[in-house]
Design a protein around this ligand. Structure first.
Ligand SMILES: NC(=O)c1ccc[n+]([C@@H]2O[C@H](COP(=O)([O-])OP(=O)(O)OC[C@H]3O[C@@H](n4cnc5c(N)ncnc54)[C@H](O)[C@@H]3O)[C@@H](O)[C@H]2O)c1
Length: 264
């Protein structure tokens, strides 16, 4: 049976780990050929090798989404390797934790460069190719942190909010050119963030983050890949300019505690 993305050509940035790796593997299982682009060449190579061993098509590319030449080269690699570009999963992003008044300008600029400018650059170089083809799909990774604030994550909150609104503008500009642009807003997902942000206590981090979600646990990378795959597929043909929370119910809440006497 043909997959949802049969014969499509996709780029997945930050494809070497977490949400990107789960999505690259899923895209390949659905019949797409995938360019796995990541700052870590070894992580990208591991995902490529798994996909090819399972009978799929993939190439790995070490790159930095904040570097315009590297992003342009990634798009060129997709064309040179597979002949076209149907799907861009613009997924790379990064956070650094500090209070706004204690955040250095360098840290602010680094987070914005990877998370927001990187998303812009992916679209800047992919959209002309998609316009020439008359079709294409972009899925950007935003976050619930682009909808609400987090203590100590100001640069990330600002960058992800920017991703959500840039998604809308890109959708408007390209709707008549056969290109759809949407974004996903994950809640806390069980990837390397538990090690990175958990400061040596990943299990405690997972436990605290999970408890903050109405469903009582963090999400898994495959649960984001499910939404991205749907948005990238023709099943989402009437969906553009939208953002989709996949967050175990976090943003359904005002954040206030349960009323006295109520136990749900
Ligand atoms: N994990 C979460 O809780 C969560 C929640 C909401 C949104 N997100 C977003 O999802 C995306 C993926 O996060 P994840 O948790 O899967 O991360 P992860 O840490 O598991 O993987 C991130 C990958 O990105 C690569 N990378 C980092 N900087 C890069 C750059 N400049 N250029 C190219 N590649 C780069 C890393 O090498 C790594 O392989 C990010 O945009 C993140 O902000 C994550």
């Amino acid at each position: 049976m043909a997959g949802k993305l049969q014969n499509k050509i996709a780029i997945v940035t930050a494809g070497g780990s977490g949400i990107g790796a789960a999505t690259a593997r899923r895209f390949a299982r659905e019949g797409a050929a995938v360019v796995i682009a990541d700052l870590s060449g070894s992580r990208a190579e591991r995902v490529r090798s798994d996909i090819v061993s399972a009978g799929g098509r993939a190439v790995a590319f070490k790159m930095d989404v904040a570097d315009p030449e590297a992003v342009e080269a990634t798009v060129k690699l997709a064309i040179d390797s597979f002949g076209r570009l149907d799907i861009l999963f613009n997924n790379a992003g990064m956070a650094e934790v500090s209070l706004i008044h204690e955040t250095s300008l360098e840290s602010w600029q680094r987070v914005l460069a990877v998370t927001l400018t990187g998303t812009f650059l992916g679209m800047k170089y992919a959209i002309p190719v998609m316009r020439r083809q008359g079709s294409g799909v972009v899925v950007n990774t935003a976050s619930i942190s682009g909808i609400r604030g987090d203590y100590g994550m100001g640069s990330y909150n600002a960058a992800k909010a920017g991703v959500i609104n840039l998604t809308r503008t890109a959708a408007l500009e390209n709707a008549r050119h056969g290109i759809r642009v949407n974004c996903v807003c994950p809640g806390a997902i069980n990837t390397r963030v538990a090690e990175i942000l958990g400061k040596g206590h990943p299990d405690e981090f997972r436990q605290r983050m999970g408890a903050a979600h109405p469903v009582g646990r963090m999400g898994e990378a495959d649960e984001i890949a499910n939404m991205v795959t749907f948005l990238a597929s023709d099943e989402a043909s009437f969906i553009t300019g939208a953002s989709f929370v996949v967050d175990g119910g976090v943003t359904a809440s005002t954040g206030l505690p349960q009323m006295p006497g109520i136990q749900s």
